[in-house]
Design a binder for this molecule. Structure first.
Ligand code: PGA
Length: 255
């Protein structure tokens, strides 16, 4: 099945409201044609509103990087899906490896967040990926199968129409190491198979699967030309206009 590509930029803990709005404005000015690529900017919470206001009316969309699973409550320092949605934001990254491994988020928490994001009217970009020692121990598939099984538990086939999955090998994030197109394609194929088992083949075929981990303009075509790789979740290279636009242009050039 042919899907248009998605390129999402995860700015992590960089860019306050002013710098984020300036970046979004220059991207908007420079991105006259996205060639059918869906572009999503994911700034820190504080910059969601100004980035949304800056790109509103263009083809650029906005995503958050995390949220809490509860509807509201005594959770000091946390943010609800509804608050995020209120800023105009449409997407939310959930289960990013930094949330899992630096902040100790479990598959069960992430599952609750996926459910709440859908109830809040957000599109989750649900991340999975193995650590280097898991890959070396040949446990990649086992690890990802569990992340998918628990993370997507209780979702209906209809819910899955709104879920985007990102495969991000932990060893390739922010390290300059990238999975080769063959390594990435093999895991993407595995993920489609796992979704088929958990849901059905229509869901497996129609779900967007992004790759993330040191994506740059130079490796975009190699990775995204694969029929099972529907786009990129970009960290470092999304924080420079030239490289982020380069990735979008390369993704747009793929037939
Ligand atoms: P990177 O980050 O592109 O800097 O490797 C990707 C990510 O964390 O989503």
């Amino acid at each position: 099945m042919k899907r248009n590509k998605i390129v999402a930029g995860n700015w992590k803990m960089h860019f306050g409201p002013k710098e984020a709005a300036e970046f979004a404005q220059s991207l908007r000015n420079n991105l006259l044609d996205t060639h059918g690529v869906s572009v999503i900017l994911c700034p820190p919470f504080l910059a969601l509103k100004t980035v949304f206001d800056t790109v509103n009316g263009s083809e650029i969309k906005v995503g958050a990087q995390n949220m809490h699973w509860a509807e509201a409550g005594a959770f000091t320092g946390e943010i609800t899906g509804a608050m995020i949605r209120e800023t105009g934001t449409e997407y939310v990254i959930l289960g990013h490896s930094e949330r899992r491994h630096v902040f100790g988020e479990s598959d069960e928490w992430i599952n609750k967040k996926v459910h709440r994001s859908l109830k809040s009217g957000l599109i989750p970009i649900f991340c999975v990926g193995e650590k280097i020692e898991e890959r070396e121990a040949e446990k990649t598939e086992q690890v990802i199968a569990k992340q998918l099984r628990v993370g997507l538990k209780g979702l209906s086939e209809a819910d899955m129409e709104t879920v985007i999955i990102a495969y991000e090998p932990v060893w390739a994030i922010g390290t300059g190491l990238t999975a080769s197109p063959e390594q990435a394609a093999a895991v993407h194929q595995f993920i489609r198979g796992a979704i088929k088992t958990l849901f059905n083949s229509d869901v497996a075929e129609s779900t967007w699967l992004l790759y993330g981990g040191s994506v740059k303009p130079e490796n975009t075509i190699g990775l995204l030309s694969n029929k099972d790789i529907d786009g990129a979740l970009v960290g470092g290279a999304s924080m420079q206009l030239e490289s982020f636009k380069g990735i979008i242009d390369e993704a747009g050039a793929i037939e």
